[in-house]
Write a protein that binds this ligand. Structure first.
Ligand code: GLN
Ligand code: ZN
Length: 771
């Protein structure tokens, strides 16, 4: 085998943000999709973004010879890998061109759907807030090299004088994340096609070699999570994928990365595949033992010491000490200490581009932060040995001791929490009191909280933010909207009303802006999926609530109607999941503080006459650790924080919660433990999966399986909704069955909202009468 022996750079991240510091990717895509720019202009803009990114990386010390990772993707890295090997479901086959390849429009059709076909499903990428597209494969999928985008990007990078390192999701992870396409025979597993997929990767590697790249990076994060196959089988599959690729004579050197967690005892198997370099996430995983390093003498280790998904500066002296210890173990295992290079734990795609763009963060907080560019500087510092005890050049961690980080009153309160503070009266007693207090019919109807955010509402919020609409004008605009939403709900005949959430830009940011302990960035955007970006708040300090947040809006809404209006809060886990959270104390401690802050809000809502309070936890499933062994502890503190938020409520106050995902089976026990009086859950989109899991009598409190998929503009008919309700009634007692949509209506229009809710009420009445 003749390989080019170009060493890996001494400092190299797993990946870099690709949206552009000014969200250039989003802007170009939205303009192209809307037809405001043509294909040529779109290509020019994305080409310019890549040029600027390569120049930026070089300026930060990752120069041309250093083969920085090529992180660009038009939409999603999993989609890119699926397209490379032709994993396209039959239903979307028309996107493939006559020559068997897929162009940008074809790629966007898979990602966003066509007039006739739904797009690929989207789901969470490991335990992050990034969503990938789920490849669909069957036994007959025509696997072939359908896209050479990766090669084209490398060739293009040479024009920029910066030969980048092509990056591709590895074959094993690709198939472990894929699902059988509709109609695939029972028992078909995407892994059944592994050998063929590996051969196409080999073909691609040969093309990359011919193009002149010395290194290719294959990301295999699936190794860091529990999978449907056990560890022994995974080790074997590694040999059948990476091992086979490495045995191919005509290829570049291979770097296999394992972000998002430790891979434990899989390391020897990975080291034995023949890949020239192996990356480890050392921020989550332990340092490997000397025994686990057997075989490292022929492999370069890439030490992921800089956390790639938090926004905090790395404690460089500690990282340097761990690097030294790792080098010592490598030497003891027969390897070369110098061959160890430094890296990030995961791709930097989960953090914003640069802190330089932030002008209004408090200086003391800013000094403790590092976004992508600052983390690259940390890598270079670590790699060049710039960190010695007491003589640190460049950035280092700064103790977070400034005002707001520790608030004694908050800590004392959290320490004084007694077991009784997380207990409510027995459910039977609560149910009886609530029945009397609320007087609701069987199969009560309600919505999840938000109503369509019409242009006037968004305009009023923006004008208020810019200062062109004063507080009184803003308040009036919101009240007008609330009144409109209440009138509509009364007219529709809903039983439990909501105020519609017009004042909220985002269900987490809204609370972050009103609690103490959070900071907001100006440009801290991260990609959520495709062109969608979010700007998470930074939870840096002890969290508390200086003043009531939602009480005025809710009581105003309640003053307009005799029907109960639900107060609407976001739960502690979701607030944590969608923010950048401090890492100087256990997450459970932070969650408890948020829970207590919300408890104050529940108390005030109740005192103001609100009889039902909903605490949304759509992210409960999302933060679930990837390793089963860590899940119990997580479920424990997450449930406790929710109960801290809600257990101060009187027995007569009805607590609702809302979860919006379907794969909830793993957390069913936790949902039960939340002890909410009513739980509404996504169900329409997953075609009632929840009902199959709910054995009669399994879930003893109120439950509202969503009967309208609000992710689609389609209006469900009354007959179809009634059918779903009859199915639900077969397993849930009518006194506990709620009728509601799948999720909030924020992104819907009023036309389909009115029609769908009308059908929903009609169906509920019909089924109620059949009792
Ligand atoms: N109450 C929120 C809304 O209706 C819930 C949103 C969510 O579940 N993601 O918008
Ligand atoms: Zn939802």
């Amino acid at each position: 085998m003749t390989l080019d022996h170009t060493p890996l750079p001494a400092a190299t991240p797993v990946g870099y943000p690709r949206i552009g510091p000014d969200r250039e990717l989003k802007r170009a895509e939205e303009a192209y999709w809307a037809g405001r720019i043509d294909r040529t202009e779109f290509a020019r803009r994305t080409r310019e973004l890549r040029r600027a990114t390569r120049a930026r990386l070089a300026a930060l010390g990752l120069d041309a010879a250093a083969a920085a990772p090529e992180s660009f993707s038009l939409y999603d890295q999993v989609l890119d890998a699926a397209l490379t090997v032709g994993i396209i479901p039959d239903r979307l086959a028309p996107v493939v061109g006559a020559d068997g390849t897929i162009d940008d429009d074809g790629l966007f059709a898979l990602a966003r759907g066509t007039a006739e076909q739904q797009p690929l499903e989207m789901t969470k990428w490991f335990d992050t807030n990034y969503h990938y597209l789920v490849p669909e494969i069957g036994p007959g999928t025509d696997l072939h090299l359908a896209s050479t985008r990766v090669v084209d990007l490398f060739t293009e990078s040479l024009e920029d004088g910066a030969g980048t390192r092509p990056v591709l999701v590895g074959p094993l992870t690709l198939l472990l994340l894929a699902k059988p396409q509709d109609g695939a025979p029972a028992g078909f597993d995407p892994l059944d096609r592994l050998d063929e997929v590996v051969e196409i990767y080999a073909e691609l590697l040969a093309a990359l070699r011919a193009a002149g790249t010395p290194w290719v990076q294959l990301d295999e994060p699936a190794l860091a999570a529990d999978q449907r196959v056990d560890a022994a089988e995974l080790a074997e599959l590694l040999q059948r994928s990476t091992g086979r690729l490495a045995a191919h004579p005509d290829r570049p050197q291979l770097l296999v990365t394992t972000p998002y967690g430790g891979i434990g005892d899989l390391l020897p198997a990975l080291l034995a595949t023949g890949a020239e370099a192996v990356h480890l996430d050392l921020t989550r995983g332990e340092l490997p033992t000397t025994a686990q390093l057997a075989g490292v003498d022929t492999v370069q280790l890439v030490a992921g010491l800089v956390e790639g998904r938090s926004v905090w500066r790395t404690d460089l002296p500690t990282a340097a000490a761990r690097l030294a210890e790792l080098r010592a173990r490598v030497t003891a295992a027969g390897g070369e200490a110098d061959a160890v290079v430094v890296s990030t734990s995961v791709s930097l795609q989960h953090v914003p581009h640069t802190l330089e763009a932030e002008t209004s963060l408090p200086a003391e907080l800013r000094a403790t932060l590092a976004f992508a560019d600052e983390k690259l500087t940390e890598l270079v510092t670590l790699a060049t040995g710039g960190v010695e005890e007491g003589s640190v050049d460049g950035p280092r961690s700064v103790p977070r001791t400034f005002e707001g980080v520790r608030v004694d009153a908050v800590r004392e309160r959290a320490a004084a929490v007694a077991p009784a503070d997380t207990e409510r009266a027995a459910y039977a007693e609560r149910a009886e009191e609530q029945r009397r207090a609320l007087g609701l019919p069987d199969l009560p109807t309600t919505t999840i909280g938000s109503f369509p955010q019409v242009a006037e509402v968004r305009a009023a919020r923006a004008a208020h933010r810019r200062g062109t609409l004063d507080a009184a004008g803003y308040e009036q605009a919101m009240k007008d909207e609330i009144a409109r939403v209440i009138t509509l709900q009364e007219e529709l005949g809903l039983d439990v009303l909501v105020h519609g959430e017009p004042e909220r830009n985002d269900m987490v940011q809204y609370f972050a802006e009103h609690f103490e302990g959070f900071a907001t960035t100006e440009h801290g955007w991260v990609q959520s999926y495709g062109s969608r970006c979010t700007r998470p708040s930074i939870l840096f300090g002890d969290v508390h609530r200086p003043a009531p947040i939602t009480v005025d809006w809710s009581t105003y809404a309640q003053s307009l109607t005799p029907h109960p209006v639900k107060g609407m809060l976001t739960g502690p886990v979701t607030i944590l999941a969608w923010s950048f959270v401090r890492d100087d104390q256990p997450l459970g401690d932070t969650a408890a503080q948020v829970g207590l802050a919300l408890r104050d809000e529940v108390t005030d809502l109740e005192a103001a006459g609100i009889r039902i309070v909903q605490v949304d936890e759509p992210a409960l499933r999302e933060l679930l650790p990837l390793r089963e062994a860590e899940q119990a502890d997580y479920l424990d503190w997450s449930v406790r924080s929710f109960r801290l938020a809600t257990s101060g409520a009187a027995a007569a106050t009805q607590i609702h919660t809302h979860l919006c995902y379907s794969e909830f089976n793993v957390v069913l026990g936790a949902i039960d433990a939340l002890d909410a009086d009513v739980t509404s859950i996504e169900s329409a989109r997953s075609r009632g999966e929840i009902l199959e899991a709910l054995e009669p009598g399994a879930f003893l409190r109120g439950i509202g399986p969503g009967v309208w998929d609000i992710h689609s503009p389609r209006v469900p008919g009354p007959t179809e909704i009634a059918e779903q309700l009859r199915r639900a009634r077969a397993v849930v007692d009518p006194g506990r069955l709620w009728v509601n949509p799948d999720c909030g209506l924020k992104t819907r229009g009023y036309v389909e909202t009115e029609a769908s809710l009308r059908h929903l009420v009609q169906a509920a009445r019909e089924v109620r009468a059949e009792a």
